[in-house]
Design a protein around this ligand. Structure first.
Ligand code: LMR
Length: 313
């Protein structure tokens, strides 16, 4: 299996590293526009192979998409990260152009690839990649739900003093302040979380999760990378190993949850064909309302992208 990661910055390099040391692919191609940058990162990862004992071949290239030809999965991490004080949506005009041009190059050389978008604003960059690629919606998706649920699970594990491995959760909606964590579907070793934690503490964790990316931007002056890169690698693994994992993933909804034509995180089954199935939960009225707010917000940003593209045309 051949996997390309576009963007050799912190998120892309972390993703490539996880793909390599966990031997998720035989070959990982790292691409960047900055001369020598991807080559250097890929070489560094390759030189770690004799220490960490893996044989995934990692190769770096400067903007040469011919080397990505025949990739089975492509992860797009290109674009600017946030700086303190910015929202993810503030990145739209810069990152849309980058993601669209990367997608064109990818599809030209790997028409059968499955594309995972990581760039922000995530839901709208998934839209940008999907319309540019003209691929079926099952093959163009965004990574955010695994990251957001990971943050939620990590905060819960800390509060309950249990292993994060035992916390199962699902979260829906856009990757931003309007995301919809679903405590009703959160369990700890099979026990509903509401039996183990008070409402106030749980609400505080939900709020912290919604601002999870911003908390890190404030601490580091730039966006996170370990969890986002690992989350993208986990999606790649589910696809290349046909694991049929159940994850929240951003995909174009076509009638599911009563929503049409908007890109939102929903639980899906992820396997060799990409999105094998979208799972429709029976949401209660409050949850439906939260999802509707999230839909409205993502739709607005999608329209902002349409306006940018129309102005360019
Ligand atoms: C994250 O959630 O860490 C990413 O979307 C990056 C960011 O700027 O928040």
């Amino acid at each position: 299996m051949k996997v390309t990661v576009v963007g050799a910055g912190n998120v892309g390099a972390t993703c490539a590293d996880v793909l390599a040391y966990r031997e998720i692919a035989n070959e990982v191609v790292l691409v960047d526009i900055k001369e020598g940058f991807a080559e250097g990162k890929a070489l560094d990862i390759w030189q770690k192979a004799p220490i960490n004992l893996y044989d995934t071949r990692t190769v770096g290239v400067t903007n040469d998409y011919s080397k990505t030809a025949g990739s089975d999965v492509v992860v797009i991490t290109s674009g600017l990260p946030r700086k303190p004080g910015m929202t993810r949506d503030d990145l739209i005009s810069t990152n849309a152009g980058i993601v669209q041009s990367v997608t064109e190059n990818i599809v030209k050389h790997s028409p059968d690839a499955i594309i995972i978008v990581v760039s922000n604003p995530l839901d709208v960059m998934t839209y940008a990649a999907h319309i540019t690629s003209k691929l079926p919606r099952t093959r163009v998706m965004g990574m955010a739900g695994i990251l957001d649920t990971a943050r939620y699970r990590a905060f819960l594990a800390e509060a309950l003093n249990v292993s994060p491995k035992d916390i199962q959760a699902v979260l829906m909606g856009g990757h931003g302040d309007t995301m919809v964590p679903l405590p009703r579907y959160t369990t700890v070793g099979g026990i509903p979380v509401t039996e183990l934690i008070g409402e106030e503490e749980l609400n505080a964790i939900v709020e912290r999760t919604k601002n999870g990316g911003g908390e890190l931007v404030k601490l580091m002056g730039t966006s996170a990378w370990y969890a986002p890169g690992s989350a993208a690698a986990q999606m790649v693994e589910a696809i290349v190993r046909d694991q049929r994992r159940v994850f929240p993933v951003c995909v174009k909804l076509e009638g599911e949850y009563g929503i049409d034509g908007v890109y939102l995180g929903v639980p899906v089954i992820l396997g060799k064909n990409g999105i094998e199935k979208i799972i429709e939960l029976q949401l209660n009225e409050d949850e439906k309302q939260l999802l509707e707010t999230s839909r409205g917000h993502v739709k607005e940003v999608m329209e902002a992208l349409d306006n940018i593209n129309a102005a360019k045309a």
